[in-house]
Design a protein around this ligand. Structure first.
Ligand SMILES: *Cc1c(COP(=O)(O)O)cnc(C)c1O
Length: 232
């Protein structure tokens, strides 16, 4: 495995090349470094290399890292499934939540967001491949949840997120990303403040960038494969 700093420099080049190839503006795709299961000592080299945005899936694990690193320059994104009893910690420690998929959770995050912090940035997660037992709402339910979120003053709705079924084929990878972008465009006509399409991981980031991603969430390419036992 390369060290994270080298991997980060190469990854930035890859993102830049994809922006250029698919007619995207330079710098229009933000990189989120996904650090779930990784140790603090693996995260510091990325910070030293200028990485500011980090994403975590498990609340307890994340809080340990956020408090130990304690760096106000960093932005922390919650991207895992949300349990109701973890909403207070999420509202207190994170800047963004990408995995909102229930009105009840939206209400709790709004109520629990501390007053001294700016509104919590929110992406609604869409179950874009219509998978059984998968996080995210079906596209049909989107309007209703948007209505709930936009009425809550301590949340700031930013856009949509999806984690499609993995595919090895580039053209197939593009299909669900295109569907998500079309949903986003539709929503954007009535919600012009939306600016975020959170899509693309280590194995499909180019396809996501081709379809308009503004945030890619990358773990494996930066930090190596995760231990399956820890990968829950
Ligand atoms: C783990 C995870 C990622 C990162 O996946 P890699 O394949 O390691 O890049 C991105 N998004 C979500 C929601 C994840 O849970």
């Amino acid at each position: 495995m390369k060290n994270p700093a080298t991997a980060l420099i190469e990854l930035r080049k890859r993102i830049g090349a994809a922006e250029q190839k698919y007619g995207r503006l330079p710098g229009s795709v933000k990189l989120l470094a996904v650090t779930k299961t990784k140790l603090i000592k693996d995260i510091y080299p990325a910070i030293d290399c200028g990485q500011t945005d980090f994403a975590e899936n498990y609340v307890q694990e994340a809080i340990g890292k956020i408090t130990a690193i304690n760096d106000s320059r960093l932005t922390w994104h919650f991207i895992g499934p949300i349990q109701s009893n973890k909403t207070r910690a999420i509202a207190e420690y994170f800047h963004w939540v990408h995995s909102l998929d229930r009105a009840k959770i939206a209400l709790r995050l709004n109520d629990l967001r501390p007053d001294h912090l700016p509104p919590l940035n929110i992406c609604i997660q869409i179950n874009i491949c219509n998978e059984q037992s998968k996080s995210g709402i079906l596209p049909d339910a989107l309007r209703e949840l948007v209505k709930v979120c936009t009425a809550l003053p301590r949340l700031r709705l930013r856009g949509l997120m999806a984690l499609p079924v993995p595919s090895e084929n580039f053209d197939q990878q593009r299909v669900p990303f295109r569907r998500l972008r079309e949903l986003f465009d539709e929503l954007h006509s009535s919600q012009p403040g939306l600016d975020t399409l959170s899509m693309g991981t280590s194995h499909d980031m180019e396809a996501a960038i081709a379809e308009g991603s503004t945030m890619v969430r990358i773990g494996t390419v930066l930090f190596g494969p995760r231990d399956h036992l820890l990968n829950r």
